[in-house]
Each structure stands twice: as C-alpha cells, then as structure tokens.
Design a protein around this ligand. Structure first.
Ligand code: F6P
Length: 522
C-alpha cells in the first residue's frame, strides 16, 4: 500500500492543534510540574530505558491531538509499509529495509518478491568469520604478521555511523586500533598514514556506490602508499570492500572473496547495521556488534507494536513537530552526558537533516510549512561551559534531548554522581529557571544588596525551556542500538507527518556535479 499523501496542515487535527496552541501557548512548565502524577503521566519506561517528557510545554490534550494527527496522516500504515518492504522510497524506487538487517524473526521479508532474510544472514556469517580471523590474529598480512590497525575509508553514511559507534563502544574495544578516513582533504589521510605500518594494516573501503569522489580518492592514495612497500599480489591480504558496485570494486583490484554486500534497500545513513558496520565488528568483536543489532530490534518491535501514546519514537517525533510547527523553534539540541557519545550529534546531523531537510511534499509541491529541524549538540558537562548560556538565557527556543546513564562503566562513582547532578541540574534550570524574587533574595543574603537593581535582570532565568530526559541504565552495545534506532524511527515518523520523502537525498547532488565540472576545468 502506497504512503498516504496528506498535507498535514489540512487535517482536522492540525486545525485543532492550531486552536489548542492559541489557548495553551503561554503555559509554563513550572505550573505544569505541579500537576499530580505529571512525571508518571508523561514518562515511558521500556526495558532499561526511561523517557521522561514531562518538562515540555504540553498537556494531556496536546498529546491526544498530536496522536490523532499521527493517525490521520496514516502513520500506522506507513510503519507497516516500511517493515513489509514496500517501495516507500518512491523517488528512488526502493524499499527501505534497515529494520530487516537486525530482525531475528524467521518471517520472510519480500523485496521485489524475494525473501531478503537469507542474504542478510549470510552477510552476518561472513562478517563474523572475517572479524574472528582478524581479531584472533589468524589473518596475516603480506609479511606474515597479524593485523594491528583497521582503516575505514568512507564518507557520510559509510563513515559517520561506524565511527560514532566505535567511539561510543570504546569501553568494549579489543586490541585493534581503528582509524576513519573520510575527507577528501589530503591532510586527513596523510595524518592517518603517519600512524600506519603497511605490513599490519587492513583497509576497509566502504562505499555503496563505489563512485564517491572522497572515498575513491582516499582509497587510491592509500593503495599507492601500500604499494610502495608491497606488491599488487599482496592486496587481497590488506584490502576489503563493502559495496553494491561489484564491477568498480573489481576494477579497484579487490579480491572477490573480500567483498561484503550492500543492498539498494539500505540507505547510506541507515547502513551501520549492514556490512557497513564491518569496522564496528572488527573493533568490538562480533558478539558486541550482534548485541547492538539486537538492541535496535527491540526498539523496532516497540515502534511497530506499541500504541502511539506509549510509543517512544512517535511521542518524541510529535513533541518535536509541536515545537517546530507551532512554537516555530528551528533547532533541537542533543546533549549526551557521556563522553563516549561525543560523535552522536554529528551522526544525527546526517541522519536527521539529510532525511528530513526537504522543501517539496510527496506530491512534488513546495510545502508551505516547516519541515526538518536543525540538530546540533555536544556532550555534558563540557557544553555547559560553552554554548549553554544561550540555551538558558538567549532569545531562541531550543528544545533539548538530555541523554544519560544511571551507571558509569569504570565506576568512579564520585565522578558519576557529579556528572548526573549536572545532568538533572541543567534540566531543572531550563525548565524552572530562577525568578526575580529568588534573585533578589540571593543578592540580599550574599551581601550584594547595593547591587540588586544593577544586577537583577541579568541573573534572572526565565525558565520554561523544554527538554526530554532519555535515561538508560548503562551504556552497552544493546542500549546503544536501542538509542540509535529510536532516532531512526523518530526521523521516519516526522517525514510521514510532514508528508515528505525521508529516504532520498537529491539535495547533495548539485554541489557534487559542480565540483566535478570545476575540477575538469582546472
Ligand atoms: O553525499 C551523500 C551520500 O550519498 C550519503 O547519503 C551517503 O551516505 C554518502 O554519500 C556516501 O555514499 P557511498 O556509500 O555511495 O560512498
């Protein structure tokens, strides 16, 4: 069944939301927090995850109408269409099957009439056996030494996902050192080369198309560097590829046994669950990689089966639409309180902005409402000493996701207590602020009574700044899989609500074309 094609602003729920917004727009989170059971009513617990969305400018009625909107635009059917392998990436004529990559069920998933599950299982077996050989040292380089370094060569979805996951799962890493080369800037690859020994380095070239300028340029440079010490007959021991373009891979000189598959029905920015995640499996071992996939599958099942009012990705998507389209907020901050997650905002920028940065609806008409939000962020507590001033006291409304963990990985509970008191402190400061009266009293008691008139306006925090609390028990491969899948489903939900196609990315093409022309003209 094709995706419905409904301009959300023409729905009854949108009209109701507009009226409701005029009525509630000045509500204050502080007042809302006094409601009995506010926290329980606006929280969802799912296994090791608690999402508290009580500190938002929403009432039960807001959620009820937003949920109606999701129903009116056919979200349920759209979710089923995605999971069932229908061609929902209409402009590219493709199914969108990253959920099948992590599905452990035996139920066949048909793409163009063919069950894709066996190919997925066979790719996973290949990833497992290859990772085991390299990690155990059985895979030898051209001088008989074991591999010590992995270089992932890719860009966009063929880089950001694996890089972010390897960084986030550092705690679970083995002895291999993993590097990521992405930028066509030759200084990037040169800095990596400085750290490598050709005898013990394995290059993983990741490119769905195998035509991407940056990746092919970097791969050629690294191959030439390698061939200064080795011969072309040594290439099979040191170069593997992940791609759909077997001919180009072959032309590059890669042994056909060293090719890991990619498929048209997996989008680049949703591909870390496929062999694009090979460097993840090499870095943390196949079992941890598998646990990452299992966590994502748990979120898939939750997203597919749970009612919308208890459905984490759906609720977060709806709240985000509420701010984007009614409060006219332009950006959203993602603020993980874990240094491991420092690359998550970069990863989400591609996932969210390449997916939903669209100005044309599913009819091909220019939209007259706002779509994709701008996503940005950094880790706490560092960002408290950087940009949080603007979020607390600036003129812009910036809804934020605070991501935290109940436990740290190394212990050091003193650090973790401090980290988490900052986490909750920021959430509270944003939501409740500090009134004139409170500042007045504070200045009075601190002996600065004479400065009250001068300082008071600068020390007031208006508060009423919204946030979601996303709290996991512990950073594990499984919980990370869940977190990433949560955002993937939020993206799709918003694409459905805004009546846009989330899975194409024509907006990246023109710049590429012009760069090619300019290069030729040089
Ligand atoms: O330029 C955008 C893009 O097409 C992304 O969507 C993709 O993740 C990236 O380029 C890399 O593409 P490939 O894997 O084909 O090299």
């Amino acid at each position: 069944m094709a995706l419905k094609n409904i301009n959300p602003t023409t729905t009854n729920s949108w009209k109701e939301l507009t009226n409701h917004f005029n009525y509630v727009k000045d509500i204050n989170i502080k007042d809302l927090s006094k409601e009995l059971n506010r926290k329980e009513d606006f929280s969802i617990e799912f296994e090791d995850l608690l999402v508290d969305f009580s500190k938002n400018r929403i009432t039960k009625k807001t959620i009820a109408i937003l949920v109606e909107l999701a129903k009116e635009v056919g979200l349920k059917e759209a979710i089923e269409s995605q999971f069932n392998g229908e061609v929902i990436n209409v402009t590219e004529g493709r199914a969108v099957m990253h959920t099948a990559l992590r599905s452990t069920s035996d139920t066949p998933v048909l793409v163009e009439g063919k069950n894709i599950k066996p190919q997925i299982q066979s790719a996973l077996r290949k990833i497992k056996s290859f990772s085991n050989k390299v990690i155990s040292g059985k895979w030898k380089g051209y001088t008989g030494k074991s591999i010590t370094d992995i270089v992932n060569i890719g860009i966009g979805g063929s880089d950001l996902g694996p890089d972010m996951i390897v960084e986030s799962l550092q705690f679970y890493k083995n002895q291999l050192t993993t590097h990521f080369v992405s930028n066509v800037d030759g200084d990037h690859v040169s800095e990596i080369i400085k750290k490598l020994n050709p005898e013990t380095t394995l290059f993983v070239i990741v490119s769905k198309t195998f035509t991407t300028q940056e990746t092919i340029t970097n791969a050629e440079t690294l191959k030439n560097w390698f061939l200064k010490s080795a011969t072309i007959f040594d290439i099979p021991k040191h170069f593997v590829a992940v791609s759909t373009n077997l001919e180009a891979v072959d032309n590059f000189g890669i042994d056909k046994n060293n090719v890991f598959p990619m498929w048209d029905w997996v989008g680049g920015r949703f591909s870390l669950w496929s062999a694009v995640g090979l460097s993840i499996s090499l870095s943390v071992g196949f079992d941890h990689y598998k646990a990452l996939l299992e966590g994502a599958e748990e979120m898939d099942l939750h997203f597919r089966n749970e009612d919308f009012d208890k459905n984490i990705p759906v609720i977060l998507a709806l709240i985000s639409v509420w701010y984007n389209n009614f409060y006219k907020a332009e950006t959203e901050a993602v603020l993980p309180y874990s240094q491991y997650l420092k690359k998550l905002p970069d990863y989400l920028q591609q996932a969210v902005m390449e997916s939903n940065g669209k100005g044309v609806d599913r009819n091909g008409n220019k939209v007259d409402y706002q779509t994709g939000t701008i996503v940005w962020g950094s880790t706490g507590t560092n960002m408290q000493h950087a940009f949080m001033q603007l979020v607390h006291q600036g003129t812009k409304l910036i809804p934020a996701d605070f991501i935290g963990y109940k436990e740290s990985l190394y212990g050091l509970t003193d650090h973790h207590k401090k980290l988490m008191s900052n986490f909750y402190g920021q959430i509270e400061a944003l939501a409740f602020g500090k009134t004139k009266e409170e500042v007045h009293l504070e200045l009075k008691f601190s002996g600065d009574e004479d400065k009250i008139n001068q300082l008071l306006p600068f020390k007031v925090f208006e508060g009423n700044r919204p946030s979601n609390t996303i709290l996991f028990n512990k950073l594990t491969p499984r919980s990370l899989g869940k977190l990433v899948a949560l955002y993937e489903h939020k993206i799709y939900t918003q694409g459905i609500l805004w009546n846009i196609f989330s899975y194409d990315q024509f907006g990246v093409e023109l710049g590429k074309e012009l760069a090619k022309k300019l290069l030729k003209a040089q």
